[in-house]
Design a protein around this ligand. Structure first.
Ligand SMILES: NC(=O)c1ccc[n+]([C@@H]2O[C@H](COP(=O)([O-])OP(=O)(O)OC[C@H]3O[C@@H](n4cnc5c(N)ncnc54)[C@H](OP(=O)(O)O)[C@@H]3O)[C@@H](O)[C@H]2O)c1
Length: 297
């Protein structure tokens, strides 16, 4: 199996790479999987011709895992065209290529396709209604993918991703917590954090699944995050507690912390569908946060 992973320098791309290198069960030799990791240097999703050029000049793939995305939520409000190209048009093009190559496509999407007004965890069939440009472009990507690939693709919506790599809330808090003795953090946005290593593990479980590899199935959307419900304020407190950082955190409202892009209030997602798919174990956010903080330190 030839497996292409895009976004090799991103949090999820690097987490998949880490697991492929360390987990002997998915070792390249044992499972005869060959992973090819590409970043924007090899496959630039902002360029239609660049995408065509890459696939025209490489052998066919059996699975494409699209971890690349335009993820700068606030910047996207100004760079709408670029965000739309990477999160929507490039996904549409990748779906067309995957279909032509008879490859399976695993694409990652976001909780920001929802408006956050629900008081219950979102299911995969709940109505979408993104409230910022990033969410709109990611939803357009999902829709284009489903239209082009009604079978053989999987969309995984995730939320609040952090890892030892790149920039994320956990690393920002660690830095600020050491620089300052008090910090204000938004307390009226609720969600579930996702340790990128856990999501990477889920993706690798899916590609090990014989049915996924061998049988053509209707394209599905799944939700995945760690288990647990928390606000950014509470998450900051947890981080400082685990990392033993002495920094006082005070709750503030979203209104007191205006950002260029609106943020949904509640993006909890139900994970039952993906858990059933591969008999996965749900991982509580605290356990993963401890693991990540150990790894970061
Ligand atoms: N981070 C979150 O909190 C979060 C939440 C919900 C959903 N998601 C979704 O989860 C997936 C993985 O996110 P992540 O946290 O791993 O994101 P990330 O760390 O920002 O990584 C995204 C990667 O995409 C690459 N990329 C951006 N523009 C590109 C282009 N024009 N051509 C090729 N590559 C390009 C970036 O390349 P460079 O490294 O060169 O910039 C980066 O390596 C994405 O689909 C994202 O939308 C993320």
């Amino acid at each position: 199996m030839k497996i292409l992973v895009t976004g090799k320098n991103g949090q999820l791309g690097r987490s998949i790479h880490k697991l492929v290198n360390t987990d002997t069960k998915i070792d390249n030799n044992q499972s005869s999987n060959e992973f090819i990791f590409v970043g924007r240097e090899e496959l630039d999703l902002s360029s239609e011709s660049g995408i065509s050029h890459y696939f025209d000049n490489n052998d066919k793939f059996d699975i494409i895992i699209n971890c690349a995305a335009y993820t700068a939520v606030d910047k996207a409000e100004k760079e709408q065209e670029l965000a739309n190209q990477v999160n929507h048009l490039a996904v549409k093009q990748l779906a067309g290529i995957a279909k032509k190559q008879k490859a399976k496509l695993i694409h990652i999407s976001t909780d920001y396709v929802f408006d956050g007004e629900s008081d219950k965890p979102y299911t995969e069939t709940d109505a979408t209604n993104p409230i910022n440009v990033y969410g709109k472009t990611k939803l357009a990507g999902e829709q284009a993918l489903k239209e082009i690939m009604p079978t053989d693709a999987i969309i995984i919506r995730t939320s609040w991703v952090y890892s030892e790599y790149g920039n994320n809330f956990v690393k920002t808090m660690l830095r600020l917590g050491k620089e300052r003795d008090k910090l204000n953090v938004v307390s009226d946005q609720i969600g579930s954090p996702t340790y990128a290593t856990d999501l990477a593990g889920v993706i690798l479980e899916i590609i090990k699944n014989k049915e996924f590899k061998e049988i053509s199935q209707a394209t599905q959307i799944y939700h995945y995050s760690n288990e647990g419900e928390i606000s950014w304020y509470e998450l900051a407190q947890e981080i400082f507690k685990i990392a033993k950082i002495d920094c006082k955190v005070s709750p503030i409202t979203t209104q007191q912390y205006p950002t260029p892009a609106k943020r949904p209030k509640n993006t909890l997602m139900s994970k039952g569908k993906i858990i059933k798919l591969d008999d996965l174990k749900q991982i509580g956010y605290k356990k993963s946060l401890i693991a990540a903080l150990n790894s970061i330190r």
